[in-house]
Design a protein. Structure first.
Length: 473
């Protein structure tokens, strides 16, 4: 039965029900990523646009998540998880239909942004529901299961998307999640009880606008380094700094701030959030660089590359719940530190890929990478939310999801910039071959991302155990 941690939920609701709803939402949000990424070349050809335009089909989704996660986390604190979960599923159903009906690239980009808005509601709500539904002794296990859903979504997205494009057409990749969104939304409406507002507080609208502006300007600036002029990219980054500074000023003065900056003064909690941000910057190596390494460098077909990349989620599946159990019993520091060590080592190994690298070696490196990701994510998330005050669980959940998604966007932007810059210089150098340029660009981009993994490892190893965790003894 639901424990008192549910803060007002009816006692007839079981934690398992909430876990299933959260797993469904998590898998759906990650399925949306894989379904569309595999379709980007087809979409570019369909609408007659280049890579610089079609990349925004993917970026718009992440950008909407980054810009609104903390706001939705705060709304969970004020009104509970049910309204946002149901609304998020409804928005995904609507946006999926609009995307499938797209007549232009701009239409599709806007629909994907709306999809990201719905996904942000689900991501901010899901972790908060788990943290409130499960006591400390079971929270790590629940988060481990949730990260299995992440792996399932990421693993099935590209395969399902490729199959649908080949057999039915690209519009079906947007309609495929529709039945799941409608079914989960209706079920949540039925089984999740409405909660009265926990307090009568005004919503920090100014803070919400500023954090959204900061995220958008930061992402535009970082992605613009490779596609815009240096002046335009620098201007966007400078404006992001101004908006971010204004956000901090507003939060310090607001009686009910969107982000409680006092929480960030607690080093164990802020260290966990910082480690999550740095780790997901490093994890962009798998999202962005690995497909190019497998196809352009090692020379494998897209079909083979997709199968090889399944080594990552397949490794996460058994490791994530086990890591959650370890964290419940012995604390988060050991699994997170070991996990980050495995992630960093695997990215450094990726930097050593050559045209002659055997397929079995690539599979082993990616499997190690998946083991590291599985060891890190569930214990780190459980520890952060375990340290959050009960009335701020939604806000901290939103901050955690923000760190994860912002890290992914920053990582892709950094990897793209380093790779393209290095490829240009390698081609202009004394060994001006295409193969050398690809190899040099990928190597340097992997090494830069591995540095972020190393920084995350240092932060995690030095932080104390968070409140509510077991001692290391």
């Amino acid at each position: 039965m639901v424990t008192p941690h549910m803060h007002g939920c009816a006692p007839t609701i079981r934690p398992l029900t909430i876990l299933v709803l959260v797993v469904t939402a998590t898998a759906l949000a990650n399925l949306e990523v894989g379904l569309v990424n595999v379709a980007l070349p087809t979409l570019a050809a369909t609408f007659g646009v280049g890579p610089a335009t079609v990349q925004w089909v993917a970026i718009a989704y992440q950008l909407a998540i980054v810009g609104t996660l903390v706001l939705f986390g705060r709304l969970v604190d004020l009104h509970g998880g049910r309204p946002l979960y149901v609304t998020g599923m409804a928005i995904i159903a609507l946006a999926s239909t609009l995307a499938a009906l797209s007549q232009s690239a701009l239409w599709l980009i806007l629909a994907r942004g709306l999809l990201g808005l719905g996904a942000a509601m689900l991501l901010a709500t899901g972790q908060a529901l788990l943290a409130l539904a499960y006591p400390a002794d079971g929270r790590g296990r629940a988060f481990g299961i949730m990260h299995m859903a992440v792996a399932i979504g990421l693993m099935s997205g590209p395969a399902l998307g490729g199959l649908l494009i080949t057999t039915v057409g690209w519009r079906m990749i947007f309609l495929a999640p529709l039945p799941l969104a409608l079914g989960a939304g209706a079920w949540a409406w039925k089984v999740l009880p409405a909660q009265p507002p926990r307090r009568h507080e005004s919503l920090d609208v100014a803070g919400a606008v500023l954090i959204c502006a900061t995220a958008i300007l930061l992402v535009v600036g970082l992605t613009g380094v490779a596609s815009l002029t240096w002046a335009a990219a620098s201007a966007a980054l400078l404006l992001a700094l101004v908006a971010g500074s204004a956000f901090l000023v507003v939060e310090r003065r607001h009686v009910a701030p969107l982000v409680d900056l006092h929480l960030l003064r607690q080093w164990p909690l802020s260290a966990g959030l910082l480690a999550a941000l740095l780790t997901f910057i490093a994890l962009a190596s798998n999202m962005f660089l690995v497909p190019f390494a497998l196809q352009d460098l090692l020379g494998h077909s897209p079909a083979v590359a997709g199968l090889v990349m399944m080594a990552v989620p397949l490794a996460i599946l058994p490791v994530a719940p086990l890591a959650g159990v370890v964290a419940d019993r012995w604390g988060s520091r050991v699994p997170t530190t070991v996990g980050l060590g495995a992630i960093t080592a695997s990215i450094i190994a990726m930097a050593r890929f050559q045209a002659t690298t055997k397929l079995s070696v690539a599979v082993a490196v990616l499997a190690l990478y998946g083991v590291g990701a599985g060891l890190f994510q569930a214990p780190n998330n459980s520890a952060i939310l375990g340290a959050a005050p009960p009335e701020r669980t939604g806000s901290v959940s939103g901050m955690l999801a923000l760190a994860r998604n912002l890290g992914q966007v920053i990582g892709v932007a950094i990897a793209s910039t380093v790779w393209m810059w290095r490829r240009t210089n390698a081609t202009a150098g004394p060994v001006a071959s295409a193969a050398h340029a690809v190899s040099a660009g990928l190597r340097d981009a992997f090494l830069v991302l591995s540095a972020f993994g190393l920084l995350a490892l240092i932060v995690t190893a030095l932080r104390p155990e968070m409140k509510g965790e077991k001692d290391d003894a």
